[in-house]
Design a protein around this ligand. Structure first.
Ligand SMILES: Nc1ncnc2c1ncn2[C@@H]1O[C@H](COP(=O)(O)OP(=O)(O)OP(=O)(O)O)[C@@H](O)[C@H]1O
Length: 252
């Protein structure tokens, strides 16, 4: 793994084998600096394995990985320390990286303000809602000013409304800070609302790629959005009951 020579991602021929199973079988992947890429695929296809490899959290495998040094990960579970207040969770580990005093305070204040949680800096994680906890996890990522943000189904455990708000927040944060992003998701609409490109992982490789060339902010009612959703669902082998409410009504 090469770290810190670029602000985007370059992966060539990445393989990961667990026991008898080849989960990644020669993945090639490029993410340009500031590009937002969504990764979809069937359960067990290796999406999280690929994300973990980019995070450097995985054991060694074959292939080449070149990633920025400044990376941050947000998982489906917030992974906040319950015995530390929100503020301490956000700044955790940063003093070890040489960030201290005023700089640290200013960055953490900015990050909490950006996720709308300045007033909860002294709260214990157990007193937060699921959506608030994920926003703290986002603040903890932001405060590290990552060049690469790795999002592993970050909204998978949220209810539909909270999820929509969290997606809008991520869209805004990305527009403001422009890290390269790899978003692992099962949610086709989430991919199309947020990403510049959607990739489909199958049989251990990037099997298909979809350019999401839609203006932002995106609307699920845009006919091009609806067409892309159909393409992606087709690619995933899912046959939708109805592609949107209009077609559902027309079908009645
Ligand atoms: N450390 C590991 N040791 C053994 N097997 C593993 C390990 N990590 C992942 N696997 C296996 O690799 C396969 C891919 O797992 P991975 O979590 O990457 O899939 P995924 O596409 O993210 O799935 P899901 O969408 O269900 O989260 C699975 O069969 C999993 O059991």
């Amino acid at each position: 793994m090469t770290v810190g020579t670029r602000s985007g991602v370059r992966v060539r021929g990445l393989t990961r084998v667990f026991g008898e199973r080849t989960v990644l079988d020669g993945v090639d992947l490029d993410i340009a600096p500031g590009e937002f890429v969504a990764l979809l695929g069937a359960s067990g296809s290796g999406k999280s394995t690929l994300l973990r490899a980019l995070a450097g959290l995985d054991g060694e495998g074959g292939g080449e990985i070149d990633v920025p040094a400044k990376r941050a990960v947000v998982y489906q579970e917030h992974r906040l320390l319950p015995w530390s207040r929100v503020w301490d969770n956000v700044v955790l580990g940063l003093s070890k990286r040489g960030l201290r005093g005023r700089d640290l305070r200013a960055r953490a204040e900015d990050a909490l303000a950006e996720v709308g949680l300045s007033a909860r800096a002294d709260a214990w994680p157990l007193t937060l809602s699921g959506g608030e906890s994920q926003r703290v996890a986002l603040a903890r990522a932001l405060v590290r000013t990552p060049d690469l943000l790795l999002l592993d189904e970050p909204f998978g455990a949220l209810d539909a409304l909270t999820r929509l708000n969290a997606q809008a927040l991520v869209a805004d944060l990305w527009a403001e800070h422009r890290p390269a992003v790899l978003l692992v998701t099962h949610d086709v609409e989430e991919a199309l609302l947020l990403a510049d490109r959607a990739l489909l992982l199958a049989d251990g490789r990037i099997a298909r790629e979809y350019a999401v060339d839609l203006p932002r902010p995106r609307s699920m009612d845009d006919p091009r959005f609806v067409a892309l959703r159909r393409d992606l669902l087709d690619g995933l082998g899912v046959r939708p009951v109805a592609t949107n409410l209009t077609t559902a009504r027309e079908a009645l």
